[in-house]
Design a protein. Structure first.
Length: 409
């Protein structure tokens, strides 16, 4: 009897241990896909601030254009952008709960899908042409009058591809083969396909994102410096001989060099952008009071929205927005520096570098510091695909912040 009772007690004990072990296993299984812990509040707060200001300025800059071109619907651009913003916020918070390491699993499939879409858009695209007859093959038409721009997905795909590659071959990144040749091949494939779309601004952006990740990933700085020197030489040659480029790109360089070049054509948008910035002064003319948005600045809700920001909010408002972007990038680098996983750290570096580079290029274009490349301003410029992808990427950064060793504020 004693033996039977002892055996019963032992069985009960084993049963509890098995149940306890099963419970832990299930918990680990959930933790493997979903992450716990608090997100980085400062990064989220800056994101929401930029998104809110961006939506307000989008409506303010777009309603004259929408009223004139979109059947007297002043809310046309704002409504569509707001819908994508709501969807993007949901995607951001969902992604912030997902373990970012699962992105390694979808790395190659996403890369293949992106390349397929970049090829597809060359054959199936909206009919958008320039004044010189250039055919811009950037958007795949979708039902309901919507479009999808594969290059927006490509920005994230190249970041993911580099983060995965560098984390796997980090110890070999100082060699010429692994640190220079292979990464440049990845960049060449992406940039080559985007060049065929006649999308020069995105081509430049993709190259700079790749170069930033190469530098952060440990590529030999001497070889990197040599490549930078070659790039500067190429830029100098292109600026000196703009006829080497396609008509639309070459004409934009000529318009940048010669301020009197085609004032009613290639210089029109840039000139009116400068008028808007100048008329804004120190404090601006007031929200909603821009004059240049009344069909002077072409498509003021897109690439040149920052000129309307400067006109309405003045130097003070523009400076605050620039500082918010700078704070977002800096906070992103803080998250990356405190992440103990190379893959996660490189993901964050790539995403905030994309935002920072894109903001810098947009502002330089709007202020006529560089030729007009037609690059959007994150959180501000109209574009549903771009905003959705941007907020998804912000969600990735927040997911990494949950797993980093930093103390949350």
């Amino acid at each position: 009897m004693a033996i039977i009772m002892a055996q019963s007690v032992a069985d009960n004990g084993n049963s509890k241990i098995i149940k306890s072990h099963t419970k832990k296993t299930n918990s680990i299984g959930k933790e493997a896909f979903f992450v716990t812990g608090s997100i980085d509040i400062p990064f989220l707060a800056i994101t929401i601030a930029l998104l809110t200001i961006g939506l307000i300025m989008l409506f303010s800059s777009s309603y004259p254009n929408a009223y004139y071109y979109k059947n007297h619907d002043s809310y046309y651009f704002f409504t569509r952008q707001f819908i994508f913003a709501v969807i993007g916020i949901v995607a951001m918070f969902v992604m912030s709960k997902v373990n970012y390491k699962w992105l390694k699993v979808v790395n190659i499939p996403l890369l293949c899908i992106t390349l397929i879409l970049l090829v597809l858009v060359l054959f199936v695209h909206t009919n958008v042409g320039g004044a010189d007859g250039s055919d811009f093959k950037r958007w795949i038409p979708l039902p309901g009058g919507l479009t999808f721009q594969p290059s927006d997905l490509a920005k994230f795909s190249i970041i993911l591809a580099f983060a995965g590659y560098i984390s796997n071959y980090y110890s070999k990144m100082r060699t010429f083969k692994y640190g220079i040749v292979y990464p440049l091949c990845i960049i060449a494939v992406f940039c080559g396909l985007i060049v065929l779309e006649h999308h020069m601004s995105c081509t430049i952006l993709m190259f700079l994102i790749g170069a930033t990740l190469m530098f952060a990933g440990g590529s030999d700085w001497k070889l990197f410096a040599f490549g930078l020197g070659v790039l500067i030489l190429v830029i100098f040659v292109v600026i000196t001989f703009p006829e080497m480029l396609e008509n639309y790109a070459g004409d934009r360089i000529r318009a940048w060099l010669d301020k009197d070049f085609d004032p009613a054509g290639d210089r029109w948008q840039t000139n009116n952008s400068l008028y808007a910035i100048g008329s804004g002064g120190f404090f601006g003319v007031g929200l909603g009071n821009s004059k240049q948005k009344y069909l002077y600045v072409s498509e003021p809700q897109n690439d040149f929205i920052f000129s309307i920001v400067c006109e309405e909010l003045g130097f003070i408002g523009a400076a605050v927005i620039i500082l918010l972007f700078a704070a977002l990038v800096i906070r992103g680098f803080v998250i990356a520096s405190r992440c103990q996983d190379k893959f996660g750290s490189l993901l964050v570096i790539g995403i905030v570098a994309q935002i920072g580079i894109q903001v810098g290029l947009n502002i330089m274009v709007v202020t006529d510091t560089i030729p007009n490349t037609g690059i959007a301003l994150p959180f501000f410029s109209y574009g549903g695909t771009a905003l959705l992808m941007l907020l998804f990427e912000i969600g990735v950064v927040l997911a990494v912040s949950r797993k980093s060793s930093q103390k949350k504020v």
